[in-house]
Design a protein. Structure first.
Length: 341
């Protein structure tokens, strides 16, 4: 198959606007993260839909050809996946991340199976990579009010909901809120949540050439975090919230957290329970990170929230409270009140 016009394009390819020059090339035995790839669906599994470049969920059928990008995935409640060896591969995310599943959470079904048809090239025969479509490096900048970073004790601790609560609170107060996701695996759902909350500027790691950040060098991720902040400020954000994916025991998340002193004006810790708040705060305190508040899934339980507040000495703010105005209290570089020592 040389014609890619009928292929279903995954969200990870959203920055590629012109496919007229795209060509299907041969199979490459040593794929690189970010290389654009065409693959045929050979067996449906857990992921029966492909999130397209507009965020629509397109149902998949055996025989469909999808356009995505090679990458790795680290998701403790979904798939652990790596670059594939050979033509057999899996759909690691609904956004079109292509790799090979190494482990699966017990609640998840088997992965959707793919057969790699080949990499995608331009007319000169050069392999297309998401790196080629990355945003230009923005000028250095600092948010006028604050840069707040949300980190979590684990995956699905409520980080994105917490960040969206801040965006909503700032935008309701008449501020231009900027939101960005520093790390994660290619999908549009977080971007849409930020926009729906009222963000005036949104960017993520896909805008900087990475379909998934797992496996990239720390220097690259640290640079991306800074450039995300700079990009949002360049788009006239008054205040910026950045989300770091996964939990503090994930290697890259913890390494990035160590970079937050001197970068973040405030950090909010999203957790699902009180013990996670205590452990997460202990890790961040050891790194010298300025934690201002606890939020996340824990706030669904008033009792658990009180446990966390008593154990950490920090405010526990629900996303609803952040939306209602508590997010404005985070726009300061003052020393956190009651931070555990």
């Amino acid at each position: 198959m040389q014609d890619l016009s009928d292929a279903k394009r995954g969200y990870v390819t959203r920055r590629i606007s012109d496919w007229r020059r795209a060509r299907l090339a041969g199979f490459v035995s040593q794929p690189r993260p970010g290389d654009v790839v065409a693959a045929e669906v050979t067996g449906l599994g857990e992921l029966e839909f492909l999130e397209d470049v507009h965020g629509r969920r397109a149902r998949l059928y055996p025989g469909d050809v999808v356009l995505g990008a090679y990458g790795n995935r680290y998701a403790t409640d979904f798939y652990e996946g790596y670059l594939p060896v050979g033509r057999s591969a899996h759909l690691l995310t609904a956004g079109g991340l292509v790799g090979s599943v190494a482990s699966t959470h017990a609640r998840r079904g088997r992965p959707t199976e793919l057969t790699v048809l080949g990499t995608v090239t331009d007319r000169t025969g050069s392999t297309l990579s998401l790196e080629q479509f990355a945003m230009p490096t923005p000028p250095p900048a600092t948010a006028e009010l604050s840069t707040v970073v949300v980190v979590g004790s684990s995956m699905n601790a409520g980080k994105t909901t917490t960040a969206a609560g801040m965006v909503r609170g700032w935008s309701r107060a008449g501020l231009r809120a900027g939101a960005g996701k520093v790390t994660g695996s290619g999908s549009g759902k977080d971007r849409w949540m930020y926009l729906d909350a009222g963000a005036a500027a949104v960017a993520d790691f896909l805008d900087f050439g990475m379909p998934s950040t797992f496996g990239y060098p720390l220097d690259r991720l640290r640079t991306t975090m800074v450039e995300l902040r700079d990009t949002l400020v360049a788009q006239h954000a008054d205040a910026v919230v950045l989300e770091i994916a996964d939990g503090l025991l994930q290697q890259e998340t913890r390494a990035l957290a160590a970079q937050l002193p001197g970068f973040a004006d405030a950090v909010v810790l999203a957790v699902s329970d009180a013990l996670g708040a205590v452990a997460g705060l202990g890790i961040l305190n050891d790194l010298g990170v300025p934690v201002r508040a606890v939020s996340g899934l824990i706030t669904a339980s008033p009792l658990a929230a009180r446990e966390a507040a008593a154990a950490t000495g920090l405010q526990v703010l629900s996303p609803a409270e952040l939306s209602a105005g508590a997010a404005l209290d985070l726009l300061t570089t003052a020393t956190p009140v009651g931070q555990a020592s």
